[in-house]
Design a protein around this ligand. Structure first.
Ligand SMILES: Cc1cc2nc3c(=O)[nH]c(=O)nc-3n(C[C@H](O)[C@H](O)[C@H](O)COP(=O)(O)OP(=O)(O)OC[C@H]3O[C@@H](n4cnc5c(N)ncnc54)[C@H](O)[C@@H]3O)c2cc1C
Length: 481
């Protein structure tokens, strides 16, 4: 069969389904992408690239290595989404571990980064490997504290100046670590992805379309997909089905009777506004802490315009009582409580937004005292995500093939999408749909920056978020000294 005759159905227009649509339509297959919302990338939020997994002390070295490699691939393929600012990692005095315990992993990741560059020079997207991380003593921070903050930091030391000035230097252990872990902007991904998919003649974008039934044809092995669009039900046939329905992946598995084991977790991040901080270029700042306890990790993610996205890994902030659920032998779809579904499908109460955002501000103000004057910036960024298997700490997962001509995508971190696409492509090669799984990621994506940034702002505003959340602090790759 020629590629243009092979019909692929993808359920879900999140980063997984959209990336699959982009790559396979780019390879000439006839792709239809079904998305129940009216725009793409409207599922749970994401803001960290995780280039090395340094936010997760509890995961294995091999997961960190996978995250490093996948993040480099992601950054190379989607550079327009990346906010090129480093991350500072601090261990509070109250933490049971020490910064020294982080060093072997950072060394191992530096070596791995060097190895990736040796295999392909173009992988050098996180700066020089010897600058992958840098340590800061208290003495050095005291020196930096006296220096002027800069609008456009050119070195790691210059990025550290506002940290030295703002954090309570008595509240953390030394050294602090600065690492080349960057930010991601999901509104820019939504805009860029829309632009790219709309320009591809081999993609049919079916937004506002809910897939409600899926049946495999016993004779052809193909799929009949039924969906509702504007109150009218339609059925179309396809050769291959990709389930990228995010936390609702299990619903489609149930329709097929596919074997499954999975979890779903509801989480939220809070948007705050800090008057007077506009114009100061902050790095991301992470204060480690044990997940699920009142000291859970605190994350301070800067945006332009004085906005900061906050996570606090406690049950009063990002995590929720009963927010993590597993499937049962009777259904592949983990049952999330109605209160979470209400939040996802309708809205938050003003009272809960205020309460949890202020809890997040207080959580960060333990280390950045002047941040206590921050206010609620907008409604939270929130959602439910899938975690395949039964290990809630799993951070690297891609795709499985539990039925013939069926791929089930279950990424945990967005950077895993290209390995996910690659695994499906290998299946397509075996089926004779495409000749090779290479060259899928080398296409040139022609994006007009003015159109993209304008659309990103429109999407953010339409979803009820400040326009600044659709903008990046540092738009272009820098070579920090
Ligand atoms: C608070 C929070 C913070 C996070 N931060 C990060 C981060 O910093 N970095 C990171 O890498 N990851 C982060 N994640 C995880 C990340 O959000 C997810 O891994 C990622 O969004 C999953 O993408 P996806 O495409 O698989 O699913 P989704 O984005 O959920 O997409 C699935 C899509 O399928 C659609 N759909 C479902 N059922 C149907 C149907 N029957 N018919 C049609 N359409 C359907 C949905 O509307 C949805 O748009 C975070 C998650 C949360 C909750």
């Amino acid at each position: 069969m020629s590629p243009s005759k092979v019909k692929i159905a993808i359920i879900g227009g999140g980063v997984a389904g959209s990336s699959a649509a982009l790559c396979f339509a780019g390879a000439g297959l006839d792709v239809t992408l079904f998305e129940k919302e009216n725009s793409l990338i409207s599922g749970p939020p994401w803001c960290h690239l995780h280039a090395g997994g340094n936010l997760y002390r509890e995961i294995s070295d091999s997961q960190c290595v996978s995250l490093l490699k996948q993040s480099i691939d992601f950054l190379r393929f989607y550079p327009f989404v990346v906010d090129y600012r480093p991350t500072v990692i601090a261990l509070p005095l109250t933490d049971s571990s020490t910064p020294q315990a982080l060093l072997p992993r950072l060394e191992m990741l530096t070596d791995e980064y060097k190895r990736l560059i040796a295999t392909d020079k173009q992988n050098e997207v996180l700066g020089k490997p010897d600058n992958y991380y840098r340590l800061y003593t208290r003495k050095r921070l005291e020196e930096l504290k006296e220096q002027q903050t800069l609008l456009s930091p050119q070195s790691l030391d210059e990025w550290m100046i506002p940290v030295a000035k703002m954090i309570d230097l008595d509240s953390v252990q030394y050294p602090l670590v600065m690492v080349q872990e960057y930010g991601l902007n999901l509104f820019r991904m939504a805009a860029g992805m829309t632009e790219m998919l709309e320009s591809l003649p081999t993609v049919t974008l079916q937004t506002k379309s809910i897939v409600h039934n899926v049946q495999q044809n016993a004779d052809t092995g193909g799929w009949n997909i039924s969906y509702v669009k504007e109150d009218i039900s339609h059925t179309q046939t396809f050769d291959y089905l990709i389930n990228a329905a995010g936390f609702r992946t299990g619903k489609i598995d149930d329709l097929l009777g596919a074997p499954c084991k999975s979890m779903v977790e509801f989480k939220a991040a809070y948007v705050s506004h800090w008057e007077g901080s506009d114009g100061i270029q902050f790095p991301e700042i992470i204060f480690h802490g044990e997940r699920g306890t009142p000291q859970g990790m605190a994350q301070f993610t800067p945006y332009p315009g004085g906005y900061f996205q906050l996570h606090g890994m406690t049950k009063e902030i990002t995590l929720y009582e009963d927010g993590l659920v597993a499937n049962t032998p009777f259904t592949c779809q983990p049952h999330l409580g109605q209160n979470f579904i209400e939040k996802i499908e309708r809205s938050w109460t003003q009272e809960e937004t205020t309460k949890r955002t202020h809890a997040a501000i207080r959580h960060l103000a333990r280390f950045i005292p002047s941040f206590c004057s921050a206010t609620v910036g907008s409604k939270p960024l929130f959602g439910a995500q899938q975690i395949p298997g039964s290990d809630p700490t799993l951070r690297v997962a891609e795709v499985s093939f539990p039925r013939a001509r069926y791929a089930r995508c279950e990424i945990v971190k967005v950077s895993s999408v290209l390995d996910m696409v690659e695994a499906i492509a290998q299946e397509f090669v075996q089926l004779g749909y495409i000749k090779s799984s290479t060259n899928l990621f080398t296409q040139h994506l022609h994006l007009d920056e003015a159109t993209l940034s304008q659309l990103a702002v429109t999407i953010a505003k339409n979803r009820g978020y400040p326009a600044d959340l659709a903008c990046r602090n540092i738009p272009d790759k820098q070579e920090y000294r």
